[in-house]
Ligand binder design. Structure first.
Ligand code: 6AU
Length: 259
């Protein structure tokens, strides 16, 4: 049923306020693209965000790979996110005990809880990781959402069927969880969002275990929000790649809900 409903309908079912907003935004902007700006220079990320902003739903970064990070970068990114109406995701993949995850989310030099609309977290520690991440938000009034990294895209990933099932169960008890990072249609709740990485038109793998599929294949496998990184960042003509992925993904979504 999830795969047949449009995002606006699903936004009414979502229990997380931020999941609901993201679903609405995807329909309003006509895009399911989550750009993985895996670049190590703050200015390069800002330039790419300015270019891609009107065409993406989410900008995903790995803040700890930026060589010239400071909090002014975050301020500028926030300005771009409100100017072009996209959400920010820090793909931190938290994976420790609740207390440590809480400190990593709130403290240190990145202060992720202050600015990231969405984060990713591994379910491997069990329910306490969600308690820890929630605790770090005790002074934050903005909406926040967590994607559980339930099934990985890499070759030989240890996210086996039992693990996947347990993660889906874990997500049912928390309204902070907005969806799953996964490769296939593993949950039925239409209020949750499937975030799928491993998408590239010109390659089926990289040299370090990443595995790629096409936009059409992942959308038919349940992907709602779709991560594209090097397919865009390494393209000689970035804007045309952004538009190409955006359009192919949107056509596949429209086709999925109508067929
Ligand atoms: O398109 P790429 O291969 O250049 O980038 C894929 C992006 C990277 C990964 O850290 C991330 O997606 N990713 C994730 C996420 C989103 O959590 C999970 C996973 O299983 N595979 C994966 O590639 O930023």
């Amino acid at each position: 049923r999830r795969l047949k409903l449009d995002f606006t309908e699903r936004s009414k079912i979502a229990t997380s306020p931020l999941a609901s907003k993201l679903l609405k935004l995807m329909d309003q902007k006509g895009t399911t693209l989550c750009l993985a700006a895996d670049l190590t220079s703050a200015n390069e990320i800002l330039e790419l965000s300015e270019l891609a902003g009107p065409h993406i739903a989410v900008l995903k970064i790995h803040v700890d790979i930026i060589e010239d990070f400071d909090l002014s970068f975050i301020q500028k990114l926030k300005q771009l996110s409100s100017k072009h109406k996209f959400y920010l995701m820090e793909d931190r993949k938290f994976g420790d005990i609740g207390n440590t995850a809480s400190l990593q989310y709130e403290k240190g030099i990145y202060k992720i809880a202050e600015w990231a609309d969405f984060i990713t977290a591994h379910p491997v520690p069990g329910p306490s990781i969600l308690d820890g991440l929630k605790y770090a938000l005790r002074n934050v009034s903005d909406d926040r959402g967590i994607f559980l990294v339930t099934q990985m895209s890499s070759n030989g990933a240890l996210t086996t069927e039992t693990y996947v099932k347990a993660s889906v169960t874990l997500s049912q008890d928390s309204n902070l969880v907005v969806g799953h990072v996964c490769q296939s249609n593993i949950f039925s709740d239409p209020g949750l969002i499937q975030l799928t990485p491993g998408v590239k038109l010109t390659q089926t793998s990289d040299n370090l275990g990443q595995q790629y599929n096409t936009p059409e294949v992942v959308v038919n496998a349940g992907a709602d929000l779709v991560v594209v990184g090097r397919g865009i960042t390494e393209s000689p003509d970035k804007l045309s790649s952004i538009l190409n992925y955006k359009n192919q993904l949107w056509a596949a979504y429209k086709n999925r809900i109508s067929s």
